[in-house]
Design a protein around this ligand. Structure first.
Ligand code: ZN
Length: 258
């Protein structure tokens, strides 16, 4: 079928409008509660995630490490602390993506802990009830991260697996922090509050952030007013019991080991 130039123009305009709307959407695969109960089989190709953002966080099939997306490139921080490129064909059971726009830039943020960093961010947000994507590039005084090991079936709940997490420390390191702040009402679907991942500038280290210390770091924020949840269509997700409240488990999984 031959299409006239006007048809192409209309299609291009529609595509541009759709992409503009998509830029302020958080796109995620599976609810976080599915990961908490041990639905670790990937159902979604990492290559397809790239259609929904150029930054993001998540994990990989069988909980094989931490997924970090920076500038549209996918990195896997495995439990050995090394960083591997992720092929488009790799599968993920849980990932959160968006297109990062630097709508708000907080200048020269200094914090002696992740808690303080989050409190400073909280005070700067135009609303606690929107979603925010974060990105910061620069020198970090200190970052503590973790990764988790690839699991074998039968899968144990994440709170059990996280007890065996590997912890990595970086001092006076250049790198990139990416992640999200979700509103309190997102319980069960995503992580209420902050979920941040880190990559060193040389892309040789990183992981899920447990703690950090920064001096004079510029932090870019991107408010998002919509979220798209793609549910797995097969596997353990179909029969998982997701009826309970798992907020306490989530806090234990997300926070630093005591
Ligand atoms: Zn994480």
């Amino acid at each position: 079928m031959n299409r006239c130039p006007i048809t192409f123009l209309v299609l291009a305009l529609l595509a541009a409008a759709a992409q503009a709307a998509d830029r302020d959407t958080i796109y995620q695969t599976a609810p976080i509660d599915a990961l908490l109960v041990g639905v670790y089989d990937g159902d979604y190709a990492v290559g397809d995630l790239k259609q929904h953002g150029d930054m993001g966080v998540g994990t990989l099939n069988a909980l094989d490490g931490e997924l970090v997306c920076v500038d549209g490139r996918m990195f896997q921080v495995r439990v050995d602390g090394k960083v591997y490129p992720v092929p488009d064909s790799a599968l993920t059971p849980f990932a959160v993506m968006t297109w990062l726009d630097r709508d708000i830039v907080l200048k020269a943020v200094s914090a002696t802990s992740l808690d303080e960093f989050c409190r400073i961010m909280d005070r700067s947000l135009p609303s606690a009830n929107l979603f925010f994507a974060f990105r910061a590039d620069g020198e970090f005084d200190y970052v503590r991260t973790r990764s988790v090991s690839k699991q074998q079936k039968p899968y144990r709940p994440l709170v059990e697996v996280a007890k065996e997490q590997a912890v990595f420390e970086f001092k006076h390191v250049k790198g990139t922090l990416v992640g999200f702040r979700c509103p309190a009402f997102v319980k069960g679907i995503n992580v209420p509050g902050y979920h941040l991942h880190f990559l060193t500038e040389d892309r040789q280290g990183g992981g899920h952030v447990l703690d950090l210390r920064v001096t004079g770091l510029d932090v870019a924020l991107d408010p998002s007013d919509s979220i798209y949840l793609a549910l797995p269509r097969q596997g353990d997700f179909n029969s998982a019991d997701l009826s309970g409240d798992r907020q306490q488990e989530l806090r234990r999984v997300e926070s630093a080991p005591k």
